[in-house]
Design a protein around this ligand. Structure first.
Ligand code: SF4
Length: 429
């Protein structure tokens, strides 16, 4: 890798604005936009080098902007307004502005770590699981998230899906009667026009074995005004007996949970489309239990159920975002007991090489004590030990991992069971 501070020093500082000028530039931009009109936000998107008008860029950001090996750079004025122009640690800013690490394509990284292209029988469609396919309807987004796992194709004009490509995808789905669930992703499908979205849904609705359609969109986060009454009318009309439509989105930080986002979610819910959240653990943005807890509390207030929490993918330039696997386990352990179950996401790792998703969690099941046929658990809330008998007559004893006898000796006398419950007052009282 080139020495990034030296490269920056060679650039003229005149390209970069003073903090006061940046605030004025922001005011000018925001006053130019019709805030409730999503098309106005898209027309006024801030792209690439123009970011230096709206942020006091650090050397690392300047270098990242010049030398990113990833997707294009761009943001809506709305999402920009959630960011801090002065604080390089602002979580929203980190999702908008590339850092120097993004310029390094490391040996362990891959453009397509999940092998989505190898599992693509027709252009723009991935068939990994027997009953489900992933349809890439388009490759444009309102904001190009720096952590995007599809940076290999998102924002690239070479990847454009025309009508013929989409028709070939529909034909493939039609000819595979085992497919009942179609995930429409991209890019962001809600960056397509209303009429194109309606046309895609109409085509899926016509295929008798397709029962479920999931729309993956980040516009709820980055351009919530895209959820117009007209779009909701289309979704409601297609979300009927024949086809059930769901929406999966990606809020990563509580700062993204705004009144505008809540209005968009309520509109979707009124059209019968339920909304789930798939966040990504991102270094320095949300990689601790308290940040994730606060995010998921706000999501429940906005009526979004937690769905997945992804371990970041091993994509080019991802070193700045990736976290140790243990972080995800720590986060789930922290959240359990502090928020209702529908606010706790499943921690998933999408296996490199196309193995599909696996869920991971802290181990609250300690094992099976064979002599007494007892399962031993550790409470996520109290840290206490709890015993539960295997049913009499069960033939599954050999399936369970055996509890270490030393551990059994040390805990079984103080453990709780159906006949000995935890008191509401502590034992010292
Ligand atoms: S909106 Fe989704 S597809 Fe688009 S850049 Fe962000 S993460 Fe990638």
């Amino acid at each position: 890798m080139e020495d990034f501070p030296q490269a920056i020093a060679s650039q003229t500082e005149a390209n970069y604005f003073s903090p006061d000028r940046i605030l004025r530039e922001r005011e000018t931009l925001f006053s130019r936009v019709d805030w409730s009109d999503y098309k106005s936000h898209l027309r006024n998107r801030v792209k690439s080098q123009d970011l230096n008008r709206y942020f006091a860029l650090t050397d690392s950001e300047k270098y990242g902007l010049e030398n990113s090996v990833r997707l294009n750079v761009g943001t809506t004025p709305y999402y920009l307004s959630l960011s801090d122009p002065k604080d390089p640690n602002c979580p929203i800013r980190k999702m908008i502005v590339p850092q120097a690490e993004e310029s390094v394509f490391s040996a362990e990284e891959s453009l397509d770590p999940l092998h989505e292209e190898d599992l693509s029988p027709v252009r723009g469609l991935t068939h990994m699981y027997p009953d489900r396919v992933l349809l890439f309807s388009n490759h444009e987004c309102s904001v190009y998230c720096r952590h995007c796992m599809r940076g290999r194709k998102v924002s690239s004009s070479d990847e454009r899906m025309d009508v013929g490509d989409l028709e070939a995808c529909f034909e493939y789905i039609q000819s595979h009667s085992e497919i009942s669930d179609v995930v429409i992703s991209g890019g962001d499908p809600l960056n397509l026009s209303d009429s194109k979205i309606d046309w895609i849904l109409e085509n899926l609705e016509r295929i008798p074995h397709v029962k479920i359609c999931r729309i993956g969109t980040r516009n709820l986060v980055t351009l919530p005004m895209r959820i117009t009454p007209q779009l909701c009318e289309i979704l409601e009309a297609r979300n009927q007996e024949r086809l059930s439509i769901f929406c999966n989105t990606q809020f990563n930080h509580e700062k993204e949970c705004t009144d505008e986002a809540k209005l968009a979610i309520l509109r979707l819910l009124k059209s019968g489309v339920s909304v789930g959240n798939q966040c990504v653990i991102l270094k320095g943005i949300n990689d601790d239990g308290e940040s994730m807890l606060r995010l998921h509390r706000r999501l429940l207030e906005m009526r979004i159920r937690a769905y997945y929490m992804y371990d970041p993918e091993v994509i080019p330039g991802s070193r700045g975002f990736r976290t140790p696997l243990a972080k995800g386990l720590e986060i789930i352990e922290y959240m359990r007991g502090k928020i209702g179950g529908m606010g706790i996401p499943q921690f998933v790792n999408d296996l490199p090489g196309g193995g599909g998703k696996v869920t991971l969690g802290p181990n609250w099941y300690l094992g099976f004590h064979r002599e007494t046929r007892t399962h031993v658990f550790k409470s996520a809330v109290h840290g206490t030990f709890h015993l539960s008998p295997e049913p009499i007559g069960s033939e599954y004893d050999s399936k369970y991992p055996e509890l270490n006898s030393e551990l059994w000796e040390s805990i079984h006398k103080k453990a709780y069971s159906v006949s000995r419950g935890i008191s509401l007052v502590s034992e010292e009282d």
